[in-house]
Every structure is written in structure tokens, then in C-alpha cells.
Design a binder for this molecule. Structure first.
Ligand code: ATP
Length: 287
């Protein structure tokens, strides 16, 4: 049975006069891999930031497994949503293992004093954390590099390590922001396999990506954002065949395009202003 893991309802995000995301409804169900695509500036990252508590949406709500999330990143992580970023954000001078251990901090109960005094509770928790971190490194194929500094890993492995760190918070939903950016075809293929394996572990996945082939191979469902609005949502086949999606990517106008009404209003106002200006200058010349 599919149950919603993530539910965004009527999410709008405005920056001053600019509406970056407009009334978006969006669901990710358990066991699903869902893609979010759209041309540059469509509002994908802004929407992601609304989901993960980095932005407080101007309107709307985001729920995880039926509970509305507080818009605070650490509380969102604690609730069960983990994410990676467009640009790698590892601790470059820490080891591979330490980077994963850091990802576990939301899941360990041992407090600051316990850590400072290194009491028996802390030592036990530390051992369990390390075991879990090693399991995750095994899972992504980097266990043999546990003591390497993160900055010395090749690019593709750094991206994998980011995913392991996100998994260390034991999420029910993983959000991946352009996971294959800068990757070669083999690395992209390996990432695809990794995402399938993550789903096998019972974790739902939401991916933003520019690489269409990757998205259409990977996702059960794809939603397309254009100018902050959801244009269409469906299986890869349905979305690929939709002419409006192609047009939006090519920057071609199409009937009913999001933002069309606003664009028409602006055009009409500009035309009116130009007409008034022309009338004014003709009168001026006549005098
Ligand atoms: N913090 C901000 N303040 C003001 N405007 C913003 C802010 N963040 C994003 N925007 C604007 O919101 C719109 C959507 O941007 P966003 O980065 O979400 O798009 P995107 O789909 O992720 O683009 P890309 O694919 O290029 O990463 C853009 O017009 C952008 O300039």
C-alpha cells in the first residue's frame, strides 16, 4: 500500500515582488523515487529549501508522514528527511568515517556532558555509531577508504560520501539536489544503481536533476516546475511525451504556460505606455 511520506500543500514562496514558487501541491509516497525537473530558474531549489526548512514558505504547509514540519532544518532532519546539496558540503579535512559519524549526531541521544566525560554511555553509543557508519560506508563502497581525508577522494566518491552522511541520520526520505552534476557517464550510472539500492532499503527518494536521461531512467514519477508552478506530473513516458515540457525547456511560448497571464498583462501595460509616449511626442512636435 502506498502511503504519503512527504506532502506539500499549496506551497508558495515569494522573495519581495518575485514569486519563485506558486501554490505547489506535491506528494512523495513510500517506496517511490520522484524527480523534480524544470528549466533554470524554475524554482526547484527554492521548493527544496521550503521542504527542508531552510525557507519558511510564504504560504502552505509541508508534512512528513502526516505531521506538519516545523520550518527548521535540524527539526526536519530529526523528523526523518535528509538531503544533499548542489555543491559538495563535506568536511574536507576530516576522514571519510568522521564525515559519516557527523551525520549521525541527530540520532544519538548522548548529550554534551556525556561526550566530554566520555562515560560508559558515551563509549557504548560511540561504538554503535561507528558500526552503523561502517555499514553505510560498506553500502556505498567506501569502507576501504574510512581513514582517507574527504578532500583526497575523487569527485564521484565525494558525492557518494555525501549520500552516506545523509543516510547516517536514518531518514525515511532522502532529497538529492543534482546528485550527478559534474559526473562522467560511469559515475552517473553508479549513482543510479545507488539510488535504486537506497529505495530497496525502504527509503523514499526525491531528486532534482538537469540530466534528463538519468531522471527518466530512475524515477517512478516526475513533476515539472515552470516559472514556479507545477506544469505537469506523471510517469517518465507521460512527461517526456508532453509537448509543453519540451516547449518550456526550449523557451518556446505555449498556450496556458505558467506566468502567461502575468506576461500578457506586462506586455499590454508596456504597449499602452509606448502608445501614450508616441501620442505625447506627436503632440509635442505639432506644437
Ligand atoms: N534568496 C533569494 N532571494 C531572491 N530571489 C531568489 C532567491 N532564491 C531564488 N530566487 C529567485 O527565484 C527564482 C527561482 O530560483 P531557483 O534557484 O529556485 O530555481 P532553480 O529551478 O533551482 O534553478 P537552477 O536550475 O538554475 O538551479 C529565480 O528567479 C531566482 O532568481
Amino acid at each position: 500500500m502506498t502511503t504519503p511520506v512527504l506532502e506539500a500543500r499549496d506551497v508558495t514562496m515569494r522573495f519581495g515582488g518575485l514569486t519563485a514558487v506558486r501554490s505547489v501541491d506535491f506528494t512523495v509516497n513510500s517506496g517511490e523515487i520522484v524527480g523534480l525537473i524544470g528549466p533554470n530558474g524554475a524554482g526547484k531549489t527554492t521548493f527544496f529549501n521550503c521542504l527542508t526548512g531552510l525557507y519558511v514558505p510564504t504560504e502552505g504547509t509541508v508534512s512528513y508522514k502526516g505531521t506538519v514540519l516545523p520550518p527548521k532544518p535540524h527539526l526536519v532532519t530529526q523528523a526523518g528527511i535528509a538531503r544533499t546539496f548542489q555543491n559538495i558540503r563535506l568536511f574536507a579535512n576530516m576522514t571519510v568515517l568522521e564525515n559519516v559519524l557527523i551525520g549521525r549526531h541527530t540520532r544519538t541521544k548522548e548529550g554534551l556532558w556525556s561526550a566530554l566525560l566520555r562515560g560508559p554511555g558515551f563509549k557504548k553509543a560511540e561504538k554503535a555509531s561507528e558500526e552503523r557508519a561502517m555499514e553505510l560506508l560498506q553500502f556505498i563502497g567506501l569502507a576501504h577508504k574510512r581513514d582517507h581525508l574527504a578532500r583526497n577522494l575523487p569527485y564521484g566518491e565525494q558525492r557518494k560520501l555525501e549520500i552516506a552522511r545523509a543516510l547516517a541520520s536514518e531518514p525515511g526520505l532522502l532529497l538529492l539536489d543534482e546528485p550527478t552534476a559534474g559526473m562522467n557517464p560511469q559515475e552517473t550510472r553508479a549513482t543510479e544503481e545507488l539510488v535504486f539500492a537506497i529505495r530497496e532499503q525502504g527509503i523514499a527518494v526525491l531528486v532534482i536533476e538537469h540530466d534528463m536521461r538519468f531522471i527518466f531512467n530512475l524515477c517512478d514519477r516526475v513533476a515539472v516546475l515552470v516559472q514556479g508552478e507545477k506544469l505537469i506530473e506523471g510517469t517518465s513516458d507521460v512527461v517526456q511525451a508532453d509537448e509543453r515540457v519540451v516547449a518550456a525547456y526550449l523557451g518556446e511560448p505555449f498556450e496556458g504556460a505558467p506566468g502567461d497571464a502575468e506576461a500578457a498583462e506586462v506586455e499590454a501595460a508596456e504597449a499602452e505606455a509606448a502608445e501614450a509616449e508616441a501620442e505625447h511626442s506627436t503632440k509635442g512636435e505639432a506644437q
